[in-house]
Design a protein around this ligand. Structure first.
Ligand code: ZN
Ligand code: ZN
Length: 219
């Protein structure tokens, strides 16, 4: 599914596997990044969807993991092996991805396990920037749903696109959620005034007002 001329949805509940959170692809001038990996149960379908866009797996430079949860990260190990991409996550969640912690990643909720997956670049700051072609990808640490939850943004076709993923939460003790941090992060997301929100489970929201209503509804 095309979202802008640089951004596509290539995986998710309908697109790759029923347990997968949404997987987005960012492409510009021959460079490609993915936002989240899904569970890996739909790996072959995901690779097919990427190739249908005319994208060679080897051109995938980065795999951003918005947080450690299995429905967003379980497939990262296979993707890194298949494409040679570098995995990027905030350091506070990277630890659970690297250790393969089945509780904090919620793999145990799915009756499975989290593969111990190397995180090549661990973001330690509140904000960071990565480049894909001519696009600047902003990485923001927005804790609450999990300690290292993060969002990404990029401007494409003149629109500010926010990859918010689990904007909706939930908050749960075993996921090490923090209500105060979550509220602060939602307020920060509102302040970005994004034109398009790519969410992890609820699809894509278009227009500033619709995006802010959706984010605001969780405050
Ligand atoms: Zn989550
Ligand atoms: Zn999720």
């Amino acid at each position: 599914m095309k979202i802008t001329s640089n951004i596509f949805q290539v995986g998710g509940q309908e697109e790759s596997h029923s347990s997968d959170a949404s997987i987005y692809l960012i492409a510009d001038r021959g460079e490609v990044a993915l936002v989240d990996s899904g569970t890996g149960l739909g790996h072959n379908k995901l690779m097919e969807n990427i190739q249908k866009l005319g994208i060679a797996p080897g051109s995938i430079k980065y795999l951003f993991l918005t947080h450690c949860h299995y429905d967003h990260t379980g497939g990262a190990y296979k993707l890194r092996k298949a494409t040679g991409c570098k995995i990027i996550a905030h350091k506070l969640d990277a630890v659970y991805i690297e250790e393969g912690d089945n509780d904090v990643t919620a793999a145990s909720w799915y009756g499975t396990f989290m593969e111990k997956t190397p995180v090549d670049i661990k973001v330690e700051t509140k904000e960071a920037e990565f480049i894909i072609g001519s696009l600047q990808i902003r990485f923001y640490h927005t804790p609450g749903h999990s300690p290292g939850s993060s969002v990404l943004s990029a401007v494409s076709d003149g629109k500010l696109v926010l990859f918010g993923q689990d904007v909706h939460g939930p908050l749960n003790e075993s996921l090490l959620s923090n209500r105060k941090e979550y509220v602060d992060s939602l307020e920060f997301l509102l302040s970005l005034e994004a034109d398009i929100l790519c969410e992890g489970h609820f699809g894509v929201y278009y227009d500033k007002d619709v995006v802010s209503d959706f984010i605001g509804s969780f405050l």
